[in-house]
Design a protein around this ligand. Sequence first.
Ligand code: DX5
Ligand code: ZN
Length: 248
Amino acid sequence: MDNQPKAEIQLTISQIYFANLHLRPNTMSVIIAPSILSADFSYLQKDIKMINESKADWFHVDIMDGVFVPNISFGLPVVSAIKRHASKPLDVHLMIVEPEKYLSAFADAGAAIITVHYEACTHLHRTIQNLRQLGVLAGVAINPHTPINVLSEVIANIDVVCLMSVNPGFGGQRFIKNTYSKISELKHLIALKNSGAKIEIDGGVDLKNAAELVQAGADILVAGNTVFSAANPQEAIATLKNTHGQLV
Ligand code: DX5
Ligand code: ZN
C-alpha cells in the first residue's frame, strides 16, 4: 500500500472520521451510526431527515444479497437516493459475495466508508488496496464465529474493523456476548501492529449494553432497532451518543 496518495487519504480520513472531534484533542466521543435497515422504506426521506437533524454521525447502510446472508435488503439505486438527501457520511456494510466487483459502484453511489466481510474475500489484501485507491475508508467485518487473529496481516491497513455482534442478515437480533472479549483481543492486535483501526460494533446494540461496549473499547456503535423502534428516535440517538467510556 506504499504507492498510495497518503496525504489525500489522510485528509479524507480526518474529514470524515474526525468530523466530531471535540475540543479535547486526544479524546473523542463514540460515533453513532443508525442503521437504515430498520427505517421506514415507504417514506425514507423522513427518516433520513430525522438522522440529519439528530446527534448521529454516520448513516449505516446494510447491503444484503440473499447469498452471503439469508436476506435481501436493497442495492445501488437506494444508496444513491440516500446520498442525495443525507448530510452525514454513508457507512456502507456489504454483506455480499464477491464484494470486490462492486467497490467502485458503491463509492460512486456516495459511500464514504465501505466495509467488506473477511469471510467473503479470497484476496482481502487486494480488496483493501482497491478501497484505498477509491479514496474511501476501508472497513473489514468479521462474523461472530471468526477469530480476531485472521486480521493480523492486514490490520495496519484497515480504517474500521466491524465486529458483528449478531449473525448478519437481519435487524433486531439479540446481542452475542463473546463480542466483549473480541473487542479486548482486537484492541491488543491494533496496539501490537500500531494500527489506526477503529472498532465498530454491529448488531443488538441497545441503551443497556452501549456503555459497556464503549468502556470495552468500541469507537463506533451501529444501532437499527434501538433507534427506529424508540418512541423518540432522536432521543435514543442522543442517549447513545452520550455514552461514556474510555475515550481514545
Ligand atoms: C445486521 C446488520 C446490522 C443491523 C443492526 O446484519 O449488519 O447493521 O441493521 O440492526 P440492530 O441494531 O437492530 O441489531
Ligand atoms: Zn451492518
